[in-house]
Design a protein around this ligand. Structure first.
Ligand SMILES: Nc1nc2c(ncn2[C@@H]2O[C@H](COP(=O)(O)OP(=O)(O)O)[C@@H](O)[C@H]2O)c(=O)[nH]1
Ligand SMILES: Nc1ncnc2c1ncn2[C@@H]1O[C@H](COP(=O)(O)OP(=O)(O)O)[C@@H](O)[C@H]1O
Length: 188
């Protein structure tokens, strides 16, 4: 069976940090590279962090039913998981690690329900989330408030996931996620 691991969290909860550590430790996993219409940050590489698409290319792919799921996530920007990206990873006999927003995660879970593990990474508190997002230095005051507003909404969906992991102390949270992933990979 083709498995999928889906990790979601409000922005700033530490999902990317945990996913990067897992990918480095577990060669069976491969990061599912999403497509997006948002601009690349300075450190990001096309085809590695995201497939950066023009709105026109993104819409053509929607029309062609190329997405397993897609959403407009922030500030009118689209993000989506390409079916071909999941297939590319399965063809390499690896398991895709899908790092997406809450709505996208729930759509993938519904579509591939027999073979998914869904993990929600929660911040210890909303105040901690605010601090992490501002210290990361990627947000303006407006985009920070937008992300915090969305975080409150997303936290209300946490119970729809198979597992909730609170990212209080990074090493502890990472160990918990890793154990869940290992158990899921061992099940046939
Ligand atoms: N639905 C969906 N959401 C995605 C996808 N890829 C990334 N996201 C989500 O889009 C949001 C914004 O991502 P990004 O701009 O990279 O911000 P960051 O996660 O705060 O660094 C995050 O919540 C991601 O999980 C995708 O393929 N589909
Ligand atoms: N347990 C933790 N305690 C404190 N800071 C953390 C913890 N986990 C992650 N961070 C930091 O918080 C910020 C947001 O983490 P990031 O992984 O980018 O979140 P996300 O991908 O969920 O938006 C980063 O600067 C990261 O280094």
């Amino acid at each position: 069976m083709n498995k999928i691991i889906i990790i979601t969290a409000p922005s700033g909860a530490g999902k990317t940090t945990i996913v990067k550590k897992l990918l480095a430790a577990m060669p069976q996993l491969a990061f599912s590279i999403s497509a997006t219409t948002r601009a690349a940050r300075e450190t990001e590489v096309d085809g590695q962090d995201y497939y950066f698409l023009t709105p026109e290319d993104f819409h053509n792919k929607i029309e062609a039913h190329a997405f397993a799921e897609y959403e407009m996530v922030y500030a009118g920007k689209y993000y989506g998981t390409l079916k071909a990206e999941l297939q590319r990873i399965w063809n390499n006999l690896q398991v895709p690690m899908v790092d997406i927003d809450v709505k996208g995660a729930l759509s993938i879970k519904e579509k591939y329900h027999d073979s998914t593990l869904t993990i929600f990474i929660a911040p210890p508190t909303l105040d901690a989330l605010r601090v992490r997002l501002s210290e990361r230095g990627t947000e303006t005051q407006a985009s920070l408030e937008e992300r915090l507003g969305k975080a409150r909404y997303e936290l209300s969906f946490a119970h729809e996931f198979d597992e909730i992991v609170v990212n209080d102390e990074l090493e502890r949270a990472y160990a918990e996620v890793k154990a869940l992933v290992q158990a899921f990979l061992q099940n046939t």
